[in-house]
Structure formats: structure tokens, C-alpha cells
Design a protein around this ligand. Structure first.
Ligand SMILES: Cc1cc2nc3c(=O)[nH]c(=O)nc-3n(C[C@H](O)[C@H](O)[C@H](O)COP(=O)(O)OP(=O)(O)OC[C@H]3O[C@@H](n4cnc5c(N)ncnc54)[C@H](O)[C@@H]3O)c2cc1C
Length: 631
């Protein structure tokens, strides 16, 4: 049960939210019904000079990975020290650290390409490298560190000091307002004593340096106390830092993940990153860029699955034909190829725009994380199905009976966590939905909110009269023709332009229809997010295909065309159910299940919950939940 109220959780999240949009965003515009293809087309290609600089490292990494026995790592649950050392020696822990501090100084695109390659072979190695560099100390240090902090920590990290990001606690998962780890100022504030426990900290069992989020004393804002969360760099060698447990999971068997205890750990004030009270915002901004890695990793797995499937479905003969000739299997393979292409476009566009600068990628990165993890999961599921029994069999077992060991089941186990960590799919949708309705909230919310004062309502009338008549009228009128340079894909972009205007109108209609209750209708908002994500994927896919076609790879148009056809179907289906006529019935049923009314459905099982577990007292929130909860 939540230790803080819904309002408190919301206040903490809002205080950490980046409220300003100083740079443009394709996705932000999309939710306002404006199709700004010019923001992602021409396709933001990787800088050839940067990629050439990265090539020797990528070649070394490839040669190394070809030698690694990933099934052995999975079986033993350990990454041998020699392997970690080899990664250190090639600079793999300092890929993005500037050369003046001893790192490789490579670009974000080079880094994500490297992570894509690693993931295609071994998820545990990705966890090690990525937790260190996507969210661990180097990333926030690069973004928010002072020159002195950079000089102190970068050289160590570049040499291979493993680092970790410690945010989650037992009661603070998706909701950081519940955080209890605290840093108390001592010695006139020149240092802090850190006390608490962090859960599921990746690399925590092996890390030399941590970024730890902790509560620092509340400040008073408008007469009310406001919770403060601050980010500290903590050296694992400081007395009081302990690894309490190493944790084990369904997949990523060799992940170095643990419960980390902090007991009176003295941290100098100089180790605060960015500033007191800015820790949650720092974590969210770090994750904006950190989230660019995971979508690229998902592409690595998708490509690996495509390779496995292409070989197997072409050679495995059943019922007189290679299985890839049977319609049901061919359908899966077609979608797999189309989605792999789209996932790469989504990941690359987000990263390319980040590299180009002058662009706000927070929504693109969130969609990339959500979209690629979910599309990748479907791809693995299909690959496993196409491999049949061999999909479910462990590589080691296949090897023992003389068959080529292909670890699809390991890939599946390793992959599943992508839909949960670095912001679960639900939290990503909430984050995206919050921004999708932001303009309407600022402009018109006071009018539909019964709790607004007369003054607030009058203020909103002025804003509404100024913005909506012209904006709304334009959401009905589209351009005729257009996008001719895209050839076979032009019709898809015309569809995307129409669907974008329709989405903008639909979000506005939802706000008028549901008023302040819209934030509680998560399923309505989530469907709008899903349409936006598909439109982004379609647009990125078309932009990428045209770029490749112009470079001579015209087959890309065929793949993109297939993707867009399928995406259009999904978009049309989602529009049909957008307002969710069945949502309230399902919500009511869920509440009945939670209240125990349908325990009869569970009859006849032994089940997984140990029989000596006593059900906890029912949270008071449940008794009151006649309508969906907020946030
Ligand atoms: C292998 C692994 C590695 C990890 N590595 C790290 C790490 O390095 N550092 C770190 O700090 N953390 C790490 N985590 C923690 C991870 O980020 C959290 O598991 C994640 O944030 C979700 O928190 P939770 O598991 O407590 O789920 P909860 O927050 O309890 O959520 C449970 C479910 O409810 C959903 N949910 C929650 N709130 C809402 C809402 N308002 N609306 C709708 N749905 C909601 C969630 O999406 C989820 O499906 C790791 C976890 C694992 C398993």
C-alpha cells in the first residue's frame, strides 16, 4: 500500500517534471494535431565522421563478442572477471566519456550501436555496460557535473570503474514520493549522513561508484512543506555501504543486481550532483537520454530473432513445405521484418535528433522505449513460436543432443524486463499522456474544472477564445496531395497527416467529454498515446526508407510499405475504441475481483501464493474506488 497520498505522489512528480518546451518536438506537435514531418525529415543521419571514429572500437567489440560464451554466462549466472577486464581494456565503460578525461569520446549514436550489438548476443553484458553508462554516474556527471566533479570521477570511470544508479526502494518503485532513504546534513551542512536501503540496483554488487537519490530536508513553498530529493555520487568504499543481497531474476542471469544498504554513510556536499532538491528532476532528465539505449538494444534482439527465423523457417520442412511457406508463419515473418525496420527507425530518429541538438527528445525517447520494448517482445514471442519446441528448449540441451544451440528462450527471458525497468510501459504512457494534454490543460482546463474560481474561469475564457477557434478549424482541413518525393509511401504519409489531425481533435473532444476526470480514464489516454506512437513510428519509418532508397537501398521502401499498412490497421482499430465503451464494466469487475467477490474463480488450484501467507488488511483506498484512481 502507498505510504503517501495520491496528491502527494502527484505533487512530487509535477515538481520534478520539466514544464518548459524551449525546443520543438515532432511528437509534442502530433498530439496537438499538427503533422510536422519537417522536424524528422530529412532523416537525422548519423554523422559519418563520428561513425568512422567509432568503427575501430565497434570492430574490436564485435570480435570480442564472437568469442564470449553467453550460454555459459547464463548457466553460471556469473560474468568472469577476465571478460569484464577485457571490456575495461577496450574502453567499453567509457564510450561516451570525453577523451580529455580518458574516455573514448564517442557519440550517443556510436554508443547505442555498440549496445545494440552487445544485446544481440548477451543481455547480461548489456546490463553491465548500460547500467554503468546510460543511467550510472557518467551520464548525470556529463549532464550536471561541475568541472571539479568531472576531473575527479571521469578518469576513474573511463578506466572501468563500474557504476550504478540507485533510485528504487521497497515502497518506491514507479512512485518516488515514497522514498525513505535520507541524507541528513551534518557539520554545518558541509557533509551528509546517508541512511537507507536501495532495491534492485543493477551493478550494485560490483559498483565502485553510485548515483544515489535520497531525501534531504523539506523546504517550505507557499507555506507548505515540499519534499526534496537530491542526487549524490557515493563511493562504494565509504564505510557504511554494504551489499545486503545479490538478487536473481527470470532472465539476465548474470546481472550484478542487489539490495544496497547505506548506514551513516558520510558524503561530502561536493558530491551533490546539480543541486540540493534537484535529484528527481536529474533522474528524469538522465533517463530521457538513458532511455535511448534500451530501444536500440531491443533492435539488437529483434535483428537476432529475424536472423534465427529466416534460417529456420527456410530450412525446416513440415507438411511438404518449408514452414515459412505456410501462410500463418509467413505472416509472422513479414510483420517481424517490417517491425524490426520500424523499431530501428524509431530508435535512430530519437538518437539522431538528440545528436543534432536544438530538439526536445523527451517524448520521442519515451515512445521509443515503450514502442520498441513492446514490439520487440512480440517479435521474440513469434520467433519462439516459429522455432516450435526448439524455441522452448535451452541451448545447452540442444547442444547435448547434437543440434545447433540457438538460445531463443534465453533471449526471451532476458528481454522481458525491458517492459518494466527504466519506466514501465504504463508509466511511459502516463508520462506521454501528461504531455499530450498539457497544452489543453494550460489553456482550457480551468473552464471544465468545477473547482476553478470565477477568476480562473474568466482567465481561461480569454485563452480559449484566442486559441481554439482557429486551431480547431484547422484540424479539419488538410493539405491536398503532397509527399510525392516518398513515392509508394506518399499515401501513408497523407494518411498519417489526416490521422494526426483526427488525433488532435479526439484528445480535445476527450477533454470536453470527460473534463477533469480524463486523467482518471487511463485507458482513453493510453489509446491516444498508442495512436501517437504508431504515427511516430510510421513517420520515422517513411523518413528512414526514403533516406535509404536515395542511397541505393530501394528494398527499404517495400519493408516500410508493409509496416505502414499494418500500422494503419492498428491505428484505425484504436480510433474505433478510443473512448472505451467497455472500460467502465471492466473497471468495475476488476474492483470486484480485488474485493474478493470472485474468489470462486480461483477454486480447484493449489496456486503459487504459499498457504501460510495472510492477506494484508485491505487498503482504505480500495473501499472508496468506485471510479478509476488518478496519476
Ligand atoms: C532486473 C531489474 C533491474 C533494475 N535496475 C534498477 C536500477 O539499476 N536502479 C533502480 O533504481 N531501479 C532498478 N530497477 C527497478 C525498476 O526500475 C522498477 O522495478 C520499476 O521502476 C517498477 O517499479 P516496481 O517494480 O516497484 O513496480 P510498481 O511501481 O509497484 O508497479 C507495479 C505495476 O503497477 C503499474 N503501475 C504503477 N503505478 C501505476 C499508475 N499510476 N498507473 C498505472 N499503472 C501503474 C506498473 O507499471 C507495474 O506494472 C530494476 C528492476 C529490476 C527487476
Amino acid at each position: 500500500m502507498s505510504a503517501v497520498s495520491e496528491q502527494e505522489a502527484r505533487d512530487v512528480a509535477e515538481a520534478a517534471r520539466e514544464t518548459e518546451w524551449t525546443h520543438p518536438s515532432f511528437v509534442k506537435e502530433l498530439f496537438l494535431g499538427r503533422f510536422r514531418l519537417d522536424l524528422i525529415h530529412p532523416y537525422p543521419e548519423p554523422d559519418p565522421a563520428e561513425m568512422a571514429k567509432a568503427q575501430p572500437f565497434l570492430d574490436t567489440l564485435r570480435a570480442f563478442l564472437e568469442r564470449v560464451d553467453s550460454d555459459e554466462i547464463d548457466r553460471t549466472g556469473e560474468i568472469p572477471e577476465a571478460i569484464v577486464q577485457e571490456l575495461r581494456d577496450m574502453g567499453a565503460f567509457g564510450i561516451k566519456i570525453p577523451t580529455e578525461y580518458g574516455g573514448l569520446g564517442l557519440s550517443q549514436m556510436a554508443y547505442t550501436r555498440a549496445m545494440q550489438m552487445v544485446t544481440s548476443k548477451d543481455g547480461s553484458l548489456t546490463a553491465l555496460l548500460s547500467a554503468s553508462q546510460s543511467i550510472g554516474v557518467p551520464q548525470p556527471l556529463k549532464l550536471f557535473g561541475t568541472e571539479a566533479q568531472k576531473r575527479q570521477f571521469f578518469p576513474r570511470l573511463a578506466k572501468g570503474a563500474i557504476s550504478a544508479f540507485a533510485l528504487t526502494e521497497v515502497n518506491a518503485g514507479s512512485d518516488p514520493a515514497n522514498m525513505v532513504t535520507a541524507a541528513t546534513p551534518v557539520d554545518d551542512g558541509s557533509a551528509f549522513l546517508l541512511n537507507g536501503e536501495k532495491l534492485w540496483c543493477t551493478n550494485g554488487t560490483r559498483a565502485e561508484l553510485f548515483v544515489v537519490m535520497a531525501r534531504t530536508p523539506d523546504v517550505v513553498v507557499n507555506g507548505k512543506p515540499r519534499k526534496q530529493i537530491t542526487a549524490f555520487i557515493v563511493d562504494a568504499a565509504t564505510p557504511g555501504v554494504t551489499v545486503k543481497h545479490r538478487l536473481r531474476f527470470m532472465g539476465l542471469k548474470a546481472i550484478e543486481n542487489g539490495v544496497i544498504g547505506f548506514t551513516n554513510v558520510r558524503v561530502p556536499r561536493e558530491n551533490i550532483l546539480w543541486g540540493e532538491g534537484k535529484g528527481l528532476k536529474l533522474a528524469l532528465i538522465t533517463l530521457n537520454t538513458g532511455r535511448l539505449t534500451l530501444p536500440a538494444s531491443c533492435v539488437g534482439t529483434a535483428k537476432a530473432m529475424l536472423e534465427v527465423t529466416r534460417r529456420w523457417a527456410g530450412e525446416r520442412v513440415q507438411w511438404g513445405q518449408p514452414i515459412g511457406k505456410h501462410d500463418a508463419i509467413a505472416h509472422k515473418i513479414g510483420l517481424m521484418a517490417a517491425n524490426t525496420f520500424a523499431m530501428e527507425a524509431v530508435a535512430e530518429v530519437a538518437t539522431g535528433l538528440y545528436e543534432r541538438g536544438g530538439y526536445d527528445i523527451r517524448l520521442e525517447a519515451a515512445i521509443a522505449k515503450m514502442y520498441n520494448s513492446e514490439a520487440g517482445w512480440r517479435i521474440i514471442d513469434d520467433a519462439l513460436q516459429i522455432r516450435g519446441g526448439r524455441g522452448y528448449e535451452m541451448a545447452e540441451s540442444m547442444a547435448r543432443r547434437g543440434e545447433t544451440p540457438i538460445a531463443v528462450e534465453r533471449a526471451m527471458r532476458d528481454f522481458r524486463i525491458n517492459l518494466i525497468f527504466e519506466g514501465s510501459s504504463e508509466i511511459m504512457r502516463l508520462f506521454i499522456a501528461r504531455e499530450a494534454v498539457d497544452h489543453h490543460m494550460k489553456t482550457a482546463f480551468a473552464l471544465v474544472n468545477p473547482q476553478s474560481s470565477m477568476g480562473e474561469k474568466l482567465g481561461a475564457v480569454g485563452r480559449v477564445a484566442k486559441f481554439y477557434p482557429a486551431w480547431y478549424a484547422r484540424r479539419w482541413v488538410g493539405q491536398v496531395g503532397g509527399y510525392a518525393e516518398f513515392g509508394v509511401l506518399a499515401k501513408h504519409l497523407r494518411f498519417a497527416e489526416r490521422a494526426t489531425r483526427r488525433l488532435g481533435r479526439a484528445i480535445f473532444h476527450a477533454m470536453v467529454r470527460f473534463g477533469p476526470k480524463l486523467e482518471r480514464r487511463q485507458m482513453v489516454l493510453f489509446r491516444a498515446v498508442d495512436i501517437g506512437a504508431e504515427l511516430f513510428a510510421m513517420s520515422a519509418t517513411c523518413a528512414r526508407a526514403l533516406m535509404l532508397a536515395r542511397q541505393g537501398q530501394s528494398e527499404a521502401l517495400t519493408v516500410a510499405d508493409a509496416f505502414c499498412r499494418a500500422a494503419r490497421e492498428r491505428i484505425q482499430e484504436t480510433f474505433k475504441t478510443l473512448f472505451g465503451v467497455n472500460d467502465p464494466a471492466l473497471y468495475r469487475l476488476a474492483q470486484q475481483v480485488l474485493s474478493g467477490e470472485h474468489r470462486w474463480l480461483e477454486r480447484g488450484i493449489v496456486g503459487l501464493v504459499p498457504s501460510n501467507v495472510v492477506s494484508p488488511a485491505r487498503p482504505a483506498e480500495l473501499e472508496r474506488s468506485a471510479e478509476p484512481a488518478g496519476v
